[in-house]
Design a protein around this ligand. Structure first.
Ligand SMILES: [Zn+2]
Length: 362
């Protein structure tokens, strides 16, 4: 069903409630500060309706919406849909006495950047220096597909060089963390970016499923977990990897989130891949950065279908182009928030395509 028709159906059956204004009330559950979805909607300038359908995992949930944005939060789930894109929160949305609550961290640093970036503080300067990080290199070959003769370290460098050329044409200064088949420590990649004054850091990788599994496919976008929140993987492994102290890159959480959302949308639109979601991981290449940062896994090499596509130079160019489009979408957000700021010539990068309808779940 088309997203628009789906929304109408939801609103028809659920009835619409207007969010109430007022100061948010924080409640503590399991040692985590939460606020109600009603309060969250109110402070984000959104309306709210309740649904028994459509939330991730087919759970009861709420829909927060206004003219520009549409978010579905599912009860007892970390997965939400923001403007049709899958985003995995750091804490589950919980249900208490008939109300849904979102953790304050997720509300302020994950949801707000997507649906109300004007509420984010400390708007960074317009990007000029962009650091592109081709994953792996040298003795670290990364993922592989032996059937197709693919090695991740070769493909990430190829995409990074293509992206560098596109961004340089648009007027940016671009630095690669490696421009040959060499091993570079993760920490050094961040240090190099800081040394050249990076305004943005984009790490390029390809994914792979468990050995022998060629069925998994799709696109994932990673950011560094918020301080005090577990990484996405830790929920699957049932290991609490929460870190008590913020990493340097955590100073840019909200802007990394906006960057991730822009790249997420534009890569999916260009490649038509399955949306595996925005996730978090304690990534060594991102930890020490002094700028917003994301890691992009645009496709699975272990999938013979996706791997076969990535093997084609034209497809790798499409990946690079989609990353450039996502970066230019991010720049436009900053421009809107910093009126009058000196504009970098993003006109050489095509505008992003409209957001896709809600993707089907795997
Ligand atoms: Zn990798």
């Amino acid at each position: 069903m088309a997203l628009a028709a789906f929304r109408c159906l939801i609103l028809f059956f659920c009835g619409v409630l207007t969010a109430r204004a007022g100061a948010p009330t924080l409640l503590t559950f399991d040692g985590i500060s939460y606020l109600s979805a009603v309060d969250a909607a109110s402070h984000l300038g959104m309306r709210i309706s309740y649904t028994n359908h459509g939330a991730p995992g087919s759970r009861p949930g709420v829909i927060l919406y206004n003219q520009e944005h549409h978010t579905i939060l599912g009860s007892e789930s970390r997965e939400c849909l923001i403007d049709g894109l899958r985003v995995f929160l750091g804490d589950p949305v919980i249900s208490r006495t008939g109300r849904l609550y979102i953790s304050f961290n997720d509300y302020s640093r994950r949801l707000t950047p997507h649906v109300a970036p004007q509420l984010c503080s400390s708007v960074p300067r317009l990007p000029h220096v962009i650091v592109i990080d081709p994953g792996h290199g040298g003795t670290d070959t990364g993922m592989a597909n032996p059937r197709l003769g693919l090695r991740e370290k070769v493909l990430t460098l190829d995409v990074a060089r293509r992206l560098k050329a596109i961004l340089e044409t648009a007027g940016y200064k671009v630095v690669l963390t490696r421009d040959s088949d060499q091993f570079v420590e993760l920490k050094l990649r961040a240090e190099l970016a800081n040394m050249v004054g990076a305004d943005l850091f984009v790490s390029i990788h390809f994914n792979a499923g468990p050995p022998g599994d060629s069925r998994i496919h799709g696109t994932e976008i990673m950011t560094f977990p918020l301080a005090g929140q577990r990484s996405d993987q830790s929920w699957n492994d049932r290991i609490n990897d929460k870190e008590a102290y913020a990493a340097p890159v955590n100073r840019f959480d909200m802007w990394s989130e906006i960057l991730a959302g822009c790249i997420h949308r534009d890569v999916l639109a260009a490649l038509g891949t399955e949306d595996r979601g925005q996730k978090t991981k304690h990534l060594g290449a991102l930890r020490g950065l002094n700028c917003p940062a994301v890691l992009v896994e645009s496709a699975f090499l272990s999938s013979d279908i996706e791997g076969g596509r990535v093997a084609q130079p034209a497809y790798r160019h499409r990946i690079a182009q989609s990353l450039a489009t996502g970066i230019s979408s991010y720049v436009r957000v900053i421009e809107r928030l910093k009126p009058g700021a000196k504009q970098v010539s993003v006109q050489n990068i095509p505008p992003s395509e409209p957001a896709r309808a809600a993707p089907t779940r795997p």
